[in-house]
Unconditional design. Structure first.
Length: 602
């Protein structure tokens, strides 16, 4: 508990430092219009990019399309700022395209906070003169940035009178005001602009403190108040979210570590039996970064991979969010005991941190579900001889699980999706995530929760009113699977008219009673014989009373025979729930014995 608390404090401390650092940085009002532009900070702000509190009223800047920093004055004049000296409160600016005079504006700056710092400004009159004019006045100077190849623009002070002879070939353009003499003659002239309030010196705090008393103090307090309120609200919500997230993260991390320790302990115990152990990096290499997905199951996603160019494998990457490591332990622990031609072979596994995966042999013909999904599809029909071999192979695999190992293995999820087919359509039982072990000298197992897939789960798994859970529960699931193979459809038809569901096994039983064909793909007597045999075997396996179901050894013998001597099973559909005796036990037909319940082995 002490270690967990210290880890929690460490996590919280780290996040709090990161939060304060990031949150404080977000309140700084600095920026620029480009990599070469001047740094923008208080009293300036970039309009539409920075909040109002970042700048003082009247000090708004904007960014042009070419990332120039632009100051627009109340008189309409625009200047492109090259540098800002915050200590001496100076702006160094050039005109758009290097020429201020193209704007034809008043350079007096109006009622703004700025003043021209260059030499004393004057008012000027501009004339456009033809180059044929050979008479030039000594006090008429040329403006380079306004002059063209055919015409020159000259200027002189508006307060000086000139003779008419000077202007014979010139046309008056307009007057301009408040411009230094040097600006009129120089191209790319650097205009120096100053401001007096607010006085910033070397820090933003000094800017705030030197604002005009009434307006400045209100502005300062308003900015600080907004920052404080925003910071408190944002900090509260972020801190609450952080605490919740960290609690869940640390709690999940502790749980995951416990699961991981349980898996590692299991692997140590089974070190002598388990297959090759791969790292997660090995799996990414084998599957080419998990690029070829084969499908998804209840416990994870399956990808195709290659150990070599000749050996293909199927890699099942287990979900971390499901179970407590039980599905991994079940599969590895169970598969380590199994070596049978009708059970899929576990080649390797991965237990790398919280990542867990299983590596199986690759079976190219997919699952049995693909070949029995439609009653009318001849494209996927395997043929009755092959169906009989598939059913026999599955039965032999289940018999091996029940009798061929040191401990009895109960699969609890026999269904078409978990029967894989190799190149020769030999069936192999897969997916042991729900499997349980029990002693061979006992026949039943106690369970706290139902296991399996709806439609294939034996009735006693749902309710003990039907009897004890035992290896006969796998027999029931096998029977449902065989009946689907016979009819080529789900064991419940939910497409019936008026919403009525037809119980598929009962439909097959009624066809047997009437001696009608069981499927559309019966072309001769031999096919009919096999279909009837499979139907009878399936119906024996789904008897409500577990004691009336045959063992898998008996099922194998029934499937290996010709089927002529098979007797029809009792009608399992005459009553949904079999009646019990006064002692509370299931009544058995014939000489079958009751199945004693035992505790499951973890």
């Amino acid at each position: 508990m002490m270690n967990y608390s210290s880890e929690m404090v460490t996590c919280l401390s780290y996040f709090f430092i990161v939060f304060l650092t990031g949150h404080g940085a977000s309140l700084k009002c600095t920026g620029s219009c480009g990599n070469r532009g001047p740094d923008i900070r208080f009293p300036f702000r970039i309009k539409d990019k920075q909040p109002d509190h970042c700048g003082y009223p009247g000090f708004d800047l904007s960014c042009s399309d070419d990332n120039s920093t632009v100051l627009r004055l109340p008189t309409g004049l625009s200047v492109h700022i090259e540098r800002i000296d915050y200590r001496y409160q100076l702006i160094y600016a050039r005109g758009p395209q290097g020429c201020f005079l193209r704007q034809r504006l008043n350079f007096s700056f109006g009622a703004s906070h700025f003043q021209i710092k260059n030499d004393r400004p004057h008012d000027w009159t501009l004339f456009n003169c033809s180059l044929s004019n050979e008479r030039r006045s000594l006090y008429m100077d040329k403006i380079p940035c306004l002059s063209t190849f055919n015409h020159e623009v000259h200027f002189f002070r508006s307060s000086i009178s000139i003779s008419n002879s000077v202007l014979l070939s010139c046309t008056k353009m307009y007057n301009i005001y408040g411009i230094p003499y040097s600006l009129m003659q120089e191209e790319n002239y650097v205009l120096t602009i100053s401001w007096s309030n607010p006085t910033c010196g070397s820090s933003e705090t000094e800017c705030y403190s030197n604002l005009p008393h009434t307006k400045g103090m209100h502005f300062y307090l308003d900015v600080r108040r907004k920052l404080l309120i925003t910071g408190v609200i944002l900090g509260f919500f972020l801190f609450a979210i952080a605490i919740t997230a960290l609690y869940r993260t640390c709690s999940n991390d502790k749980t995951q570590r416990e699961y991981q320790a349980r898996v590692e302990m299991f692997l140590d115990n089974y070190r002598s039996l388990n297959p090759t152990r791969y790292s997660y990096a090995d799996l990414k290499r084998i599957t080419n970064q998990f690029s070829d997905e084969l499908g998804q199951g209840a416990y994870g996603t399956v990808f195709k991979g290659k150990l070599t160019n000749e050996i293909a494998v199927a890699v099942k990457l287990l979900n971390n969010s499901i179970g407590k490591g039980e599905e991994f332990i079940n599969e590895v622990g169970t598969m380590a005991r199994i070596h049978h031609v009708n059970v899929v072979r576990l080649i390797a596994f991965c237990a790398d941190g919280f990542r867990r995966a299983l590596v199986y042999e690759y079976l190219p013909n997919d699952s049995l579900q693909k070949f029995i999904s439609s009653a009318d599809s001849r494209n996927h029909f395997l043929g009755w001889e092959r169906l009989n071999r598939v059913a026999l192979g599955i039965a032999k695999g289940i018999e091996y699980l029940h009798q061929g190992c040191d401990q009895r293995i109960l699969h609890f999820d026999i269904k078409p999706q978990n029967i894989l087919l190799d190149n020769e359509f030999n069936p192999k039982i897969a997916d042991f995530g729900m499997a349980k072990l029990c002693s061979k000298d006992k026949s039943a197992i106690s369970m706290t929760t139902a296991r399996g897939t709806v439609g294939y789960i034996a009735p006693e798994v749902f309710s003990r009113n039907f009897g004890n859970v035992s290896y006969k529960s796998d027999v029931y699931s096998f029977g449902m699977l065989v009946l689907e193979m016979v009819g080529g459809r789900k064991n419940v038809d939910d497409t019936a008219e008026n919403g009525d569901q037809i119980y598929f096994p009962e439909w097959i039983y009624n066809l047997l009673e009437k001696e009608e064909d069981l499927r559309f793909h019966i072309d001769g007597e031999e096919d009919a014989r096999i279909a009837k045999k499979l139907a009878i075997v399936g119906l024996w396996c789904i008897q409500w009373n577990p004691a009336e179901r045959p063992s898998m050894k008996t099922v194998v013998q029934m499937l290996e025979g010709e089927g002529e001597n098979l007797s029809k099973p009792p009608d399992p559909f005459s009553s949904s729930v079999p009646k019990r005796t006064s002692a509370g036990h299931m009544p058995a037909r014939g000489l079958h014995q009751e199945l004693a319940a035992i505790s499951e082995i973890e």
